[in-house]
Design a binder for this molecule. Sequence first.
Ligand code: 13P
Ligand code: SF4
Length: 306
Amino acid sequence: MSNSTIEQIQYLKEKKNAIILAHSYQRDEVQDVADFVGDSLGLSREAAKTDAEIIVFAGVHFMAETAAILNPEKTVLIPDLEAGCSLADTITAADVQAWKDKNPDGQVVAYVNTSAEVKALADVCVTSANATAVVAGLDQDRPIFFLPDMFLGAHVEGQTGRKLELWMGECHVHAGIGEREINKTLKDHPNADFMIHPECSCGSACLYLKPDAKMLSTEAMVRHSQSSDAEEFVVATEVGILHRLQKFSPQKKFIPVKESAVCKYMKMITIEKVRDSLLENKFRVEVVPEVADKARRSLEAMIAVG
Ligand code: 13P
Ligand code: SF4
């Protein structure tokens, strides 16, 4: 990466009244040129309130789609259209409709890691940061379909005591962070605080291995590591977050449970592609208005929970 690429990005951002939003799993250099870095919830909020005319979304497709749904009058660009999500791809709108047909009084809770068509059929969206609060506030007497991540769903069940119908989807990156790796890392760092993303497959095993383990969204990991007295942190999630954790707590040590926990979709976005995206206004992410209007309702229902 050359300085001139960064300069070009700064120039184009100003000239075009553009903003770059980046997820915490993005490459370090992409995070560094972004105006805002955060988790899915923070990025949705930022997308909803920005005055910029163009949003370049350095993240995966469902996140850019979310920004487009919340900002129908703005141009939302993703630097690489191939940046998808294996978890979002596990469920289609037809799958959700089939459940709704069988459960006419049911409530559908969709993790933001879903397509716009799936969101359009949901009552409310959630992210890993607010799933428990949103589900706790739902009607107690009606069935709840939680999709698509079964591990996040199981975590929410444990937190709320509510019985949920779970879609058996998983993220290949987080599902691949297993008990064996965790056990070894915790043995090597017995005094470290242990932070784990709820998409990981080993939630209950983790609590057994370390009862004070903290199940946190990516942004909650940043906040927790800043306020905790611990000097070492074992981190179970995609490794891109380490850049952000280290940036805010340079004197602390962060140890990934699995160095190879890398989301290839997130890493498809490079700084050169961010520059080209700004330069050529590509690739525009658009959602058909009928779908966007319905999906916006479930996203706004989520944002309203706070
Ligand atoms: P967050 O909601 O914590 O940002 O996670 C999004 C994601 O894609 C996790 O894999
Ligand atoms: Fe999707 Fe998993 Fe990548 Fe997150 S880490 S974007 S859930 S594939």
